[in-house]
Design a protein around this ligand. Sequence first.
Ligand code: NAD
Length: 260
Amino acid sequence: MNAQRTAIVTGSTSGIGLAVAQALAAQGCNVVVNSFSDRPEDHEVAAAIARDHKVEAVYIKADMSKPAECRDLVAGAAERFGAVDILVNNAGIQHVAPVEEFPVEKWDAIIAINLSSAFHTIAAALPLMKRQGGGRIVNIASAHGLVASPFKSAYVSAKHGVMGLTKTVALEVAQDHVTCNAVCPGYVLTPLVEAQIPDQMKVHNMDRDTVVREVMLERQPTGEFVTVEQVAATVVFLCSQAAAQINGAHISVDGGWVAQ
Ligand code: NAD
């Protein structure tokens, strides 16, 4: 791998992705920040990372629901920095509804953004990583990549798919000094989780505090939300030399959720 590494983090203008981009920049990586919106504040996220960590950081717009844009994101990063050493597939959305009422367009969008985008970015990045002599791929899956919850059929299906993709890619590139692993967070209080609280209130017929306590944190034995920094530090570890023999694995950062 290159001395100054280049990292792409999909969906990195907020939440976990932003924390991962910041943490990798703090390690000296150049960073590609991504989202689909292309607003001035998205570009400012990259500028702030560059300023704060004295690295190069650029914002590249790409809609992860579109296969060609996923692949163009990787090509754009390689063109800008000459390499792609780290790929973090983080972009994701959520929708909560009973399966028989689940909107088809939401199912399609969740499968595209939460699962298929990782297939496309990985397919585009692997030839570059192999040519460079190595790389790191980290997929942000979820506790829902390992266990299910009601009313999240698309999300749970996509995240279980990410776990299968992670293991398959790991086997295919095991001798190319590329590792492919997953991180499985429990509940992290990000905009994605904030946004699902009203839907959870509706399907469970509960108020906000009861949803947080009895639907979300009830699953986490610690009774606390995971922080974005804790997820980001796990990604940094998987990108380190110490993790060179961790391949096709997942690390749960979920307060003990899936130990039950
Ligand atoms: P978030 O909503 O804060 O951030 C999601 C990011 O993805 C944003 O930057 C958004 O712009 C981007 N994004 C959404 N749709 C996109 C698209 N079509 N193209 C490009 N970018 C797009 O969410 P988060 O909670 O930080 O989630 C990040 C990842 O972590 C997701 O994959 C999510 O499933 C996973 N995760 C989150 C939690 C949690 O509790 N927050 C738990 C487990 C896993």
